[in-house]
Design a protein. Structure first.
Length: 742
């Protein structure tokens, strides 16, 4: 990118420093280069007007990740060093050397790093020990799992009315999981707020039911496919009566049957889709009504739980990312002297990836810009984002925040600059996107997310190819027809990639992107038949990987061999290889043994004890004997060995490297195995953790659905298979996107 000249939009984004600016930066538009060059341009103001000199410490640059911050700092340093070497005049060289020296004090980092610096610099005003520890996301989840379980048990022991009612409704395990999910996503409400929300939801469902009665008309039915017409004509009277009274279960059953019978087909597919969506919401009426009755208990329970967790964090000197934002916002909002000092320090403010910010972060930025969290004032703000690339909603990001700030900048006299020149994708592919996505995403600029056409800088004669596989939807064998169509589609894809390879394109330059991994087996099977090498970059998280679950189960077995369910999972793993039939036979035999023991009033035996007895009494079953021989040393080893030594014992007994290398996608599985070992060694080194403690922590992280990423593998000479989400920021000369009908 360093070779081409600036576009007009890039040039304006870099040099427009006398007003607030919002930059809508499309994919591959060079926004990082713009941020770096803008930073340098501001640093160079003093060369032209010494009175306007700006030091690096006076520019606030906020990035989404620490990695992005480090990259920006390194690029800025590299550009300043280049200026130092190329300056002809001594005064200019000295100027840039001073700027380079001050760069170490520049505030280039994440929003959470910024919040942390504010709180540590003002411990009295923030009422915090400046030596507080910031919990990383995984450590915070670990803390939540432990403390939520502990406090919930305490509340139930004390017969807390709200906790007891919710536990009776959902069960303790489900209640704990729901609590963790709410805490991880973040929740905010005033007492009584949930009740109002559900009352509004119930009212809207009743309105939707009345609306649907008017929508399903004879005219709509006449436009339907034959199957949908039959469903609606036969049940029209029942549908109208059922929509009149949603409190009766028989009416809800009628609506469920109608919804199940309707298929998203025919000339009026969009109308049927709307009917089915309405029915889905209407059928949820009793769940919503029940939730409304439980909202007072939920409010009391959640507020009590959050108060306990806040107290626990403060007592232990721990802060989560949410705590950092809340405390920093409170500090700036209620201590004008601190805010004034921060505003004097930062004369220019730049925020990257603004589409992935939240409302609290916007308030912080507004306070730093103009001293008012609700209204944009002053002219020092520069934000960059692309609403189409907002993918962190699960972490609390709110794309509407970017839309609001973008609109307010324009309304207050600032500039909206669009970076729509794409330096990454070739022209024919971009043209396809420009033709397709306006209809999918819309072009209404009043919406939070809308499509903006991209202009290609790179040109190519390659034309995107579209393969359409037809099948008969309304036939009685529609499922079989769809499966056959899937097979034809993946076979065509494998053949086409093989053809491209024969034409000189390396397999490593090809990628297959999937919405999710549901149909991955169909793709890999087709590639195998055509002898096309492939590597799967799984979209699943680390703890959802089969090879990691197998290791987790092995550790749990070593700590507690008498957990029958966990031992069954170990027996089915790739290391033991017991078939489902053999496992079923074992459990039937165990049930018979325990039935006899119960009749004799003798304690039941565990599956592990049963296996030990079977091995001692039956030497003919070599598979079973081998399994017990492999597993028998593990509980004793877990009790006496430290964590690294136990990992070595696992490797000695089970040879996981050799076994995983023989599996499909073995290279990636081996990478995850190595990552697992590193985690174990880090846990032992940093926390002096034992085998038992490591197994417990792994279980907590798995239950909390920790977002630890699976290891990535770059496979030379192989087609890369991954989710669309996983491909963000990557480039491939050939990209295939199958299953577009899903």
């Amino acid at each position: 990118m360093a070779e081409f000249t600036l576009t007009a939009s890039q040039d304006r984004a870099i040099h427009c420093i006398d007003t607030n600016v919002a930059v809508s930066a499309g994919a591959g538009s060079g926004k990082t280069r713009v941020l770096v060059q803008r930073f340098l341009y501001i640093l160079g103001l003093g060369l032209r007007q010494p009175a306007e000199k700006v030091l690096p410490r006076e520019i606030l640059a906020v990035t989404f990740t620490r990695k992005a911050a480090a990259e920006m700092r390194d690029r800025i340093r590299g550009e300043i060093e280049k200026n130092c070497r190329s300056c002809q005049e001594e005064t200019q060289r000295i100027y840039w050397q001073q700027q380079l020296k001050d760069l170490t004090h520049a505030q280039i980092g994440t929003i959470h790093g910024l919040c942390s610096s504010f709180l540590r610099a003002n411990p009295v005003e923030s009422d915090l020990d400046p030596a507080f520890t910031v919990l990383e996301e995984r450590d915070h989840n670990d803390f939540l799992v432990t403390e939520v379980r502990s406090h919930l048990r305490r509340l139930l022991h004390e017969q807390n009315q709200a906790a007891s009612l919710l536990c009776d409704e959902y069960g303790s395990r489900s209640l704990q999981e729901q609590t963790l999910s709410l805490l991880q996503k973040g929740f905010s409400f005033a007492r009584g707020g949930l009740t109002v929300k559900y009352e509004e939801e119930l009212s809207e469902i009743l309105q939707e039911a009345r609306h649907l009665q008017c929508v399903v008309t004879k005219e709509l039915i006449a436009e339907c496919s034959s199957g949908n017409r039959t469903v609606l004509e036969t049940n029209w009277d029942s549908l109208q009566r059922a929509l009149d009274d949603l409190t009766k279960q028989e009416n809800l059953d009628i609506l469920k049957d109608i919804n199940k019978g309707l298929k998203r087909t025919g000339r009026n597919k969009a109308d049927i889709d709307a009917v089915k969506n309405s029915l889905d919401r209407i059928i949820a009426f009793p769940l919503c009504a029940r939730a409304r009755l439980l909202t007072p208990a939920w409010e009391e329970y959640l507020l009590e739980m959050r108060e306990y967790l806040d107290t626990k964090l403060r007592e232990t000197g721990l802060l989560s990312f949410d705590d950092l934002e809340e405390n920093a916002l409170d500090l700036l909002e209620h201590h004008p002297d601190v805010l004034a000092k921060c505003r004097r320090q930062f004369r220019y403010i730049m925020v990257d990836e603004f589409q992935d910010t939240n409302e609290r972060q916007r308030q912080l930025v507004y306070l730093l810009c103009g001293g008012n969290k609700d209204e944009l004032k002053d002219r020092r703000l520069f934000v960059v984002g692309d609403a189409k690339q907002s993918i962190y909603r699960f972490r609390g990001a709110d794309v509407s925040v970017f839309a609001r700030v973008r609109n307010e900048i324009v309304k207050t006299g600032g500039e909206l600059i669009r970076l729509n020149d794409n330096f990454r994708t070739v022209e024919p592919v971009l043209q396809l996107c420009n033709d397709l996505f306006p209809g999918l995403m819309g072009i209404d600029e009043e919406k939070d997310v809308y499509y903006e056409a991209l202009k290609a800088v790179r040109h190519s004669d390659c034309i995107p190819e579209l393969f359409v596989q037809h099948y008969k939807e309304d036939s009685s064998a529609s499922t079989a027809g769809l499966a056959e169509a899937r097979q034809s589609e993946t076979a065509w894809l494998a053949n086409r990639l093989a053809e491209l390879h024969r034409e000189g394109i390396a397999y490593a330059d090809m990628a297959i992107l999937l919405q999710n991994m549901t149909h991955i087996a169909a793709v890999t099977e087709a590639l195998q038949k055509r002898a096309v090498p492939y590597a799967v970059t799984d979209g699943r998280g680390f703890f959802e990987r089969t090879e990691i679950r197998d290791l987790l189960n092995l550790f749990r077995f070593a700590v507690n061999p008498y957990d029958d369910l966990n031992l069954s999972a170990v027996l089915r793993s790739v290391y033991m290889g017991l078939s489902d039939t053999m496992l079923t036979t074992l459990h039937i035999a165990l049930a018979e043994v325990n039935k006899d023991k119960a009749a004799k009033n003798v304690a039941a035996v565990s599956l592990w004890d049963f296996l030990l007895q079977e091995q001692d009494g039956n030497q003919e079953d070599t598979t079973l004997a081998r399994t017990v021989t492999l597993l028998r040393p593990l509980p004793a080893a877990a009790a006496v060995l430290n964590l690294p030594a136990f990992c070595r014992e696992i490797r000695r007994l089970l040879h996981p490297e050799a076994i995983l290398a023989l599996q499909d996608n073995g290279e990636e599985q081996l990478a995850n195995l190595r990552k697992f070992y590193r985690m174990a060694h880090d846990f032992a080194a940093q926390k002096q953790g034992t085998v038992q403690e490591f197994a417990a922590r792994l279980q907590q992280l798995a239950e909390a659905k920790d977002r630890e990423a699976a290891a990535t593998v770059v496979s030379e000479g192989a087609v890369q298979l991954m989710t669309v989400h996983k491909s963000k920021g990557l480039e491939f000369p050939v990209v295939a996107v199958p299953f577009l009908d899903i």
